[in-house]
Design a protein around this ligand. Structure first.
Ligand code: COA
Length: 166
């Protein structure tokens, strides 16, 4: 059975909830998702979305960030469909361990849905996300050269993955 929430000492209970539309959460922007321009074809990318919530000691629930996942196909057979995930937290909720917990919860959720390989990619310079992925149990696979263009140009990214049991 997959976990649905995790108690994070000093922070609260972290959970993720799937949503059908993007939910606007304040102040989640960062240099890592400053895309500059959108390719019109990107609208065909089918994204599943989740919100990240924290229930504090007083019982109040805070919307602190969002997660997404899109399919990556390594072949036409059903087992060759993997999911690549992304995350952004509100600036005031970063650095508390929530990113690691939320990505772990999403990997477990996708495994429970039958997805064996869950991927995450992040800039070679995004140390916070690299630390969060490692804490979430993801394994670094290597550098994916020249894969991503953002407002400031083309970037190398790291490829990470999470398999059941990681
Ligand atoms: C990346 C992100 C999801 C990580 O979530 P988080 O809750 O802040 O991360 P955690 O608290 O779980 O872990 C952060 C780790 O990075 C470390 N860290 C943060 N900034 C760092 C830096 N500049 N250099 C080195 N380590 C850093 C923290 O010390 C912590 O590691 P530790 O627990 O081993 O000490 C969150 O910071 C965020 O939303 N950032 C902006 C958007 C983004 O980068 N999204 C990912 C794009 S691929």
């Amino acid at each position: 059975m997959s976990l649905t929430e995790v108690a994070l000492p000093g922070v609260g209970v972290v959970s993720i909830t799937e949503v059908s539309e993007k939910v606007e959460i304040p102040d989640t922007g960062s240099i890592w998702d400053d895309w500059g321009e959108y390719d019109p074809a990107a609208k065909d990318m089918q994204l599943r979305r989740w919100v990240v919530q924290v229930r504090d000691a007083a019982g109040e629930t805070h919307l602190v960030g969002d997660l997404s996942a899109h399919s990556v196909w390594y072949g036409p057979s059903p087992g060759s469909r993997c999911m690549n995930i992304g995350i952004a937290l509100s600036a005031s909720w970063r650095g508390k361990g929530i990113g690691a917990v939320a990505q772990r919860l999403l990997a477990e959720t996708l495994h429970a849905d039958g997805i064996v390989r869950v991927e995450a990619s992040t800039d070679v310079d995004n140390i916070a996300e690299q630390r969060a992925l490692a804490k979430a149990g993801f394994v670094l696979e290597g550098v994916i050269r020249g894969a991503q263009v953002r407002a400031d140009g083309r970037h190398d990214i790291q490829g990470w993955s999470h398999l059941p049991g990681d």
